[in-house]
Design a protein around this ligand. Structure first.
Ligand SMILES: Cc1cc2nc3c(=O)[nH]c(=O)nc-3n(C[C@H](O)[C@H](O)[C@H](O)COP(=O)(O)O)c2cc1C
Length: 323
């Protein structure tokens, strides 16, 4: 691939990674999906799904420790609603050779914010500061520590939170510039991201509606951020970062319908391998409609995939769609 601004690496402390990375998406960007992303994006930083520090500290093994070698470099994301279990969780994460640790301060899900974690941390600055201090001290420079924030909880204090984080030794900020009340839809606040980028020296990564080369260029022009995170655009399209990079560098990129169907079958098999036949088969069903959405008669196919009773039946449906 031709070397351009878009193919340059960025540095989180001593970790050098490409500008484009996958987002943490609980329930979607799990180990099987990340393994598919790796087929097309061998070097990009991937994110695990958020796990609460108590479950990391107490479980013998959290599912997010059960990852494949090829998923590295990968960041472990924690959530916390008090300082309890944070040090023990960090110890376990450091033992597992993750390349980065990230504190979630952006999740708007009701049960998460009601418990006082996720985006609620942006409305509880004393606790947020305590958590960052413990993280930075305990990790002690072994791997970069980053934080994922929103524009704010109710009040837009993302700029203050970004400055506080940098001052306390955080190595990078990922911002999804919406308020808690907006969830994952509605207008993105590019302005606050531009202000954050101008105010701090550590890398700033943008997360929100990055779906193609045009949205990358627009986001960069409006904010000047260092990096771009791809979330929902990966659904049914694990090649998304590669496709964006090829467009940005004027290189051809195409995924044929047959390749899409082969990847869907691979997804099915990886899911069964990772979760076991029964759970894997059920868990993959939410992904499959995304792979066939552009095929003629997609609604009918979607229906038959959802109703399928076995892995073999799904594989047959997908194979029969090939040209
Ligand atoms: C279903 C779902 C689950 C998510 N899970 C997480 C999570 O575990 N941790 C996190 O920091 N963000 C999570 N997010 C937010 C995404 O990382 C991302 O910031 C957001 O979806 C906007 O980016 P996108 O438009 O590229 O998807 C989640 C979003 C969705 C839609």
């Amino acid at each position: 691939m031709q070397k351009t601004f878009w193919t340059e690496s960025i540095n989180f402390k001593n970790l050098k990674v490409p500008r484009f990375m996958s987002a943490p998406i609980d329930g979607f960007l799990d180990s099987p999906m990340r393994q598919l992303i790796r087929i097309y994006s061998p070097n990009e930083l991937l994110f695990g799904q958020m796990r609460h520090v108590a479950s990391v500290a107490n479980a013998k093994i959290t599912d997010e420790f059960n990852i494949q070698k090829i998923e590295h470099p990968i960041c472990f994301q924690i959530s916390a609603n008090s300082t309890n279990f944070v040090e023990a969780a960090i110890e376990k994460i450091l033992e597992q050779d993750f390349e980065m640790i990230n504190l979630n301060s952006g999740c708007p899900a009701r049960k998460i914010i009601d418990a006082g974690s996720g985006a609620a941390l942006m409305a509880n600055i004393p606790l947020l500061k305590e958590l960052i201090k413990i993280l930075v001290t305990k990790v002690n420079g072994k791997i970069p520590v980053t934080i994922k924030i929103r524009a704010g909880y109710n009040e837009k204090n993302g700029l203050d939170v970004a400055k506080i984080s940098e001052d306390l030794g955080v190595d990078g900020i990922i911002i999804h510039p919406r308020l808690k009340s907006q969830g994952f839809t509605g207008e993105l606040d590019f302005d606050i991201v531009r202000k954050i980028k101008q105010a701090i020296k550590i890398p700033v990564i943008f997360s929100g509606n990055i779906i193609d080369a045009q949205t990358v260029i627009k986001t960069y022009e409006l904010t000047g951020v260092d990096g771009f995170m791809i979330g929902r655009a990966f659904y049914g399209e694990p090649w998304k970062i590669k496709q964006i990079l090829c467009t940005l560098t004027n290189e051809p990129f195409e995924v044929s319908e047959n390749e899409k169907l082969d990847i869907a079958i691979k997804h099915l098999k990886l899911n069964s391998k990772y979760y076991g036949l029964h759970h894997g088969f059920n868990a993959v069903k939410k992904h499959l409609p995304f792979y066939v959405r552009e095929i003629h008669d997609a609604a009918k196919i979607r229906n038959s995939l959802v109703l399928a009773q076995s892995e073999q039946e799904i594989e047959n449906i997908l194979n029969n769609l090939k040209k």
